[in-house]
Design a protein around this ligand. Structure first.
Ligand SMILES: [Zn+2]
Length: 312
């Protein structure tokens, strides 16, 4: 009987309080019938000590798991380390006769605004917030200088799915529009906005007659370097950059020489392994690792990867 009382009453108390509290309760409760034996009290103390030990063991295990996950990402990254290219100094580059064009990829509500849709973050995300902040800063600088900006916006018709992804950025939903911080670009004379219905923006720009709106933009502005920011690092950014580099190698994007990705201006979505297990057919997509891999693969395709862009 005394044991039942302890189980019910002591759970909400911190472990160090529990022993004292239970002894007190056993004494009080038993006082109305018979005195508790020393054996009963010791037995309860013994149980509580184990309860406390198990709780500590669970906390240690959680800490170990978190540490292991952190080390796993670091370990994987160490097998495919990124070698950063030198900082891109924008004004210096342009003064040296190498005009730079800014490319922003898919910084729309459907991918960036919390709760905006099937592919939007479910909670505030630092990598995405940083990307928007850096994009806004650089876009304002380009705009003030009168330098060219090319903006892709992922946009879909309701009756045309984009497997393997669930419906997203459907026309009229608001998901297909730029995030509030970048909405000003819609009216900026230096910005060319291009809605796209597929992952690869470069491919989407290619018309049936072989012309390409992006290549025309590069040519008209005599761009030698494009600076790319956007989301997702390992999907739309990677595909655009890879196609643009192939086209450059085929001399179809003249006078383009360099494609530079700014790591702090890119982001990808986060779907950790444990969360992916709960979604039928979903692939695990840990943000930090996939962002790194996106940059790494792009570097392997010939892109320059910088973690610093100077306005000077
Ligand atoms: Zn899409």
């Amino acid at each position: 009987m005394a044991g039942d009382l302890y189980l019910f009453s002591a759970k909400s108390e911190p472990p160090h309080q529990q022993v004292k509290s239970v002894v007190y309760k056993i004494k009080s409760f038993s006082g109305t019938s018979s005195s508790p034996t020393r054996r009963t009290i010791n037995y309860t103390r013994y149980n509580l000590r184990f309860h406390s030990l198990f709780a500590q063991r669970d906390r240690d295990r959680e800490r170990m798991e978190a540490k292991k996950a952190y080390n796993t990402v670091d370990l994987l990254k160490s097998e495919v380390p990124l070698e950063w290219d030198p900082e891109l100094a924008l004004a210096t580059e342009v003064q040296a006769g190498r005009p730079v064009g800014l490319v922003l990829i898919d910084e729309v509500n459907g991918f960036c605004t919390v709760g905006a849709g099937n592919l939007a973050p479910t909670q505030p995300n630092k990598q995405i917030e940083k990307m928007i902040q850096e994009s806004n800063k650089l876009a304002k600088f380009f705009s003030n200088k009168g330098w060219p900006i090319f903006v892709f916006l992922d946009t879909h018709f309701p009756d045309k799915p984009e497997p393997p992804y669930p419906p997203h950025c459907i026309i009229g939903s608001g998901e297909e529009n730029l995030v509030p911080e970048l909405e000003w670009l819609e009216k900026d004379p230096n910005a060319t906005l291009k809605r796209k219905h597929c992952i690869d923006g470069f491919l989407f720009c290619t018309e049936e007659d072989g012309s390409n709106a992006f290549a025309d933009w590069v040519n008209n502005n005599e761009i030698k370097t494009v600076l790319v920011l956007g989301i997702c690092t390992d999907i739309c950014v990677l595909d655009f950059v890879s196609s643009a580099l192939s086209a450059r190698n085929l001399e179809r994007v003249s006078p383009l020489e360099d494609v530079v990705i700014y790591s702090e201006g890119c982001a990808t979505y986060d779907l950790p392994y444990d969360a992916a297990l709960k979604i039928k057919g979903a692939l695990s997509h840990p943000q930090e690792l996939m962002h790194h891999m996106g940059l790494y693969i792009a570097k392997g395709r010939g892109a320059k990867i910088v973690n610093s862009v100077s306005l000077m």
